[in-house]
Design a protein. Structure first.
Length: 176
């Protein structure tokens, strides 16, 4: 198995993707996207990275961000995933959800639950054109998937920030 490398020292914006366990559409459960956005915002405050765009899809998350300094992006995304998973799995336990059985995994001979797939994938955006392309990709992803007909209809993306900052659940930094 090859090792997935993150190039953290290039000084570029990054397009990051992470997905739900078994690519299950867990993020369509009411309240779950806001938990993920809250953890992204908490990590941004702690690690001082900038968020330029995002979309929360039913089974995955895309982020366009700019890590400052020598931030180990994989570790930060791992923390976002870990902190959100604890809350989201707890919510599923409270309501005794049938989904818990689909999330069961064995780790070191212990039954546990996995909310996210291991790892994250990222792409270094080497130009402003690429940053804008990735933000646009985020905004049009729900349309491409036929979840909505226009980007502004999807509640869980940064598209509304570019239209009207007050309507976006996660503050976005200006890229200019």
């Amino acid at each position: 198995m090859s090792t997935l490398r993150h190039y953290d020292d290039w000084g570029t914006a990054r397009f990051v993707t992470f997905s739900c366990h078994k690519r299950l559409p867990l993020l369509q459960i009411p309240g779950f996207p806001i938990v993920v956005l809250h953890e992204i915002d908490a990590a941004r405050t702690k690690y001082k990275f900038e968020v330029y765009g995002y979309v929360i899809m039913p089974e995955h998350v895309h982020l366009v961000l700019f890590p400052k300094g020598e931030l180990a992006l994989g570790r930060v995304i791992g923390e976002i995933k870990s902190r959100s998973a604890i809350q989201l799995i707890s919510s599923l336990k409270v309501c005794n959800s049938h989904l818990l059985e689909k999330l069961r995994v064995n780790r070191m001979s212990r039954a546990e639950y996995a909310f996210w797939l291991p790892r994250c994938y990222d792409h270094n955006c080497r130009s402003m054109a690429t940053v804008l392309e990735k933000i646009n990709y985020c905004h049009w992803n729900p349309v491409k998937r036929k979840l909505v007909t226009k980007p502004e209809e999807w509640e869980w993306s940064s598209f509304s920030w570019y239209l009207d900052e007050a309507k976006c659940p996660l503050t976005i930094e200006s890229i200019v």
